[in-house]
Every structure is written in C-alpha cells, then in structure tokens.
Ligand binder design. Structure first.
Ligand SMILES: [Cu+2]
Length: 159
C-alpha cells in the first residue's frame, strides 16, 4: 500500500521524503538503476543520529532482493574493491554517515528483477538499538555511459 502511495508521488517529486525513527533521520535514499546484465545494485542514503546514544546499522532486507548487504568500497591504486562489513556500520551521535558511491553502500543482491529508473524499492534498515525501519529507495538514472569504448566504470556500475 505504501509502495503505491510513493509511486503516485513520484511523478511530481525528485526525492523520497526523509524518514525519522527513534532519533535517526534517514534521507536521500536512492539506488542506481541497473544495467541489463548487472547482478547487483548499489543503494545509498544518509543517516543522521540525533538520539542520545550511538547506534549501529546491522542489517537490511527487501522483498525485491534475495539479500541486502552493507559494503565498503576502497581504492587499491586504480582498482576498486568492495567487501562486506561483518559487524555493520557504526552510527555515531551528531555526525551524519553517508552511504555514497565510492564508499559505504547497500548492496542489493539476487534481485527479483533489474531495478529501473523511477521505481521505488522498499528496503527495511535494521539498527542495533533503534530496531527496524522501513525505507523507500528511489531508483535514479545511471551515470551516462562513457562514449569512448571501455569505460572506467565497467564492472563497477552496481556500486
Ligand atoms: Cu558492493
């Protein structure tokens, strides 16, 4: 029901609304649209903790992905590598944590169908102390493909 509501709003607004939950503010939740062959999609958001104590983002789930992990991307020279954070992501008080391209991100894996621009993907975020909060992610356009043959982003477009 909520999903249908957000789809209705989508025509007139570019962003999903921030979600507040027990002192946490989740904003800018979006996913990059998937190329046809991509097996995974990267999800991004900003988490602000206005609560009394530090928290930790420990899990996520979505009915539209078999698994949703939290990854960190690091550069090793020219090579981008990413790995899962087994203990989740600390969310300190008063210092917003960005999940953004090139850094931390949500990794949507085994998706039921490739995410397309304009879709809203519901994914619950689970915090150690604040518990679970439903969050709609807006699927945004991929960055324009490089025009000159093999792009630097080849193989990394999921993140
Ligand atoms: Cu990843």
């Amino acid at each position: 029901m909520l999903g249908a509501l957000f789809l209705g709003i989508l025509a007139t607004t570019a962003f999903t609304e921030p979600v507040a939950h027990k002192g946490l503010i989740l904003s800018e939740a979006h996913i990059r649209a998937m190329p046809p062959q991509a097996p995974v999609a990267g999800g991004y958001l900003t988490i602000r903790n206005d609560g009394p104590e530090a928290d930790r983002l420990i899990a996520a789930r979505s009915s539209q992905a078999g698994e949703v992990q939290i990854h960190e991307m690091t550069m090793n020279g020219d090579v981008m590598k990413m790995h899962e954070l087994p203990d989740g992501l600390p969310i300190p008080v008063g210092a917003p944590v960005d999940l953004k391209p090139g850094g931390y991100h949500r990794m949507f894996m085994h998706v039921t169908a490739p995410f397309a621009e304009g879709q809203i993907i519901e994914a619950s975020q689970v915090f150690e102390k604040a518990g679970e909060v439903a969050l709609p992610f807006e699927v945004r356009a991929m960055r324009p493909a490089p025009t000159s043959g093999q792009g630097h982003d080849t193989g990394h477009s999921g993140c």
